[in-house]
Structure formats: C-alpha cells, structure tokens
Design a binder for this molecule. Sequence first.
Ligand SMILES: [Zn+2]
Ligand SMILES: [Zn+2]
Ligand SMILES: [Zn+2]
Length: 270
Amino acid sequence: MRVTLLGTGTSHGVPAIGCDCPVCRSTDPRDRRTRPSILLDLGEGPPPAAGASAAAIGSAVRYLLVDTATDLRAQALAYNVRRVDAILFTHSHADHIMGLDEVRRYNAIQQTAIGCYADASTLASLRQVFSYIFDRKPRAGGGVPQLTLFQVGGPFSMGSVEILPIPIMHGPWPILGYRVGSFAYLTDCNHIPEASWPLLEGVRTLVLDALRDRPHPTHFTVAQALEVVDRVAPERTYFTHICHDLPHAATCARLPRGVELAYDGLVLDL
Ligand SMILES: [Zn+2]
Ligand SMILES: [Zn+2]
Ligand SMILES: [Zn+2]
C-alpha cells in the first residue's frame, strides 16, 4: 500500500493569508501546507474500466481519498491523482469537505458515481452544506458530483482490504480516524477514548494530529501527540494538521527518533 500526504496543514493553510511570520515566509517547500487530506493506493491490480458496473467497481477499489480538502483540485494536479474510487470522511469541518465539488472531474473520467463513507453526523452535514448536490432538482448546465453515500457504523471492506474506523475526540465532537492494515490516520483529535486504544494495537505507521506547541481546545499539541506516540509505539510517526507555529526543519530536529512532521507530497510505501 502507498499513502500520499496530499495536504498537511491546518484549516487556514500555510502560508496563512496576510501573515509575515518566518514559517509563512519560508522558502522551504515543506513549510507550504495545504488543507489536510491523504490518498491511499491499495495497489489492488488495475483500476476498473470506465463504465464498469457498480459491482465491478466495488470489488476493484484501488484509490481511497480521505476527506475532500479545500485544496483538492490543487492537490490532485500537484500529485497526479488521476483516479478516486471511494472517499472516506473523517468529519465535516470545512477544511475537510470543501473540495467535494471537484469530484465531478473523477465522475467524468471514470463514468460512474463515487462512494462516500462517513458517520451519520458527517453525512447529515454533507447533505446540508452541499444541498445542491443532494436535492435531486434538475439543473440546466453545470452539473453536480455523482456520489453515493454510505454510513460507517463499524469496520467494512473495500475489495479484500478491511477499513477500520477509529472513534476519536476532536474537542467535543466524536469523529473518525481510519486504520488500514498497520497504517492509521488520526487527524483532528485531542483525545483518544479508552475504547479506541485497542484498535491502535499493532499500528506501525501513524499519521497523527499535532497542531502546534501552544494548547488548543480541539487539537493535540506536539507534546500531547508525543504521549500518544509513546503509548501506540509505532515504528514511524508523521505529524499533520500543522499550523504556522512549527517550522519543518527546526521542529523535526527536536522530535525523537521515528517521529517527524509530515509535509505535502510525502509518500509512504508500506
Ligand atoms: Zn481540520
Ligand atoms: Zn504565519
Ligand atoms: Zn476539524
């Protein structure tokens, strides 16, 4: 499996509009962070042909997008994302869903609707925020994304791969992280409920929220994220959802062995 970190920034992105701080003015490309999203390539043979039946597509899922970040179009162009077979949503905050309209392009390329997987509250928010997609009113011109919504209530399969949702807390909101094999993606969290720790046993590669050093009501700080790393004990950890307080090189230099900041375009071969 291959994981591409499409975006590793917090909701404002880095650089932030109108900010002259050292990170926002940095010339290190790893300090340029778009909104958070990853692409999983399950590497399961060739993707289904255009026009293939829903059943054929369901059994041939290869590319899983996690969230449709505000920057989805720019990310897809930057990292050559030519196909999306399904979308997993972590939660409905704007930075994680606002790229949903860009999925039209994959509908056009693949000639099929795309399955979207989310918990009940995220599905309700998607229907509300994107009412023009889901109201089924006929429209002249334009066009809307063709999506099929599925409610996540526990582990489910994509082809031969099991997707394990991991309930995590994002301030007062229960949201979802996801685990596939020994890889886990936990963005936007500041607390892991006791019942979720067993779901993280055996994780070897972890991508984890670490917003900044200063406390925040809904995100782990670097120090809090390191406590999670201690308990999960993965081989490799990459921090994401990073704000402009953390310069890439200087922050990586003070992190323990096996832990580093992710950056946009980072590819993990697992
Ligand atoms: Zn976020
Ligand atoms: Zn800044
Ligand atoms: Zn959020």
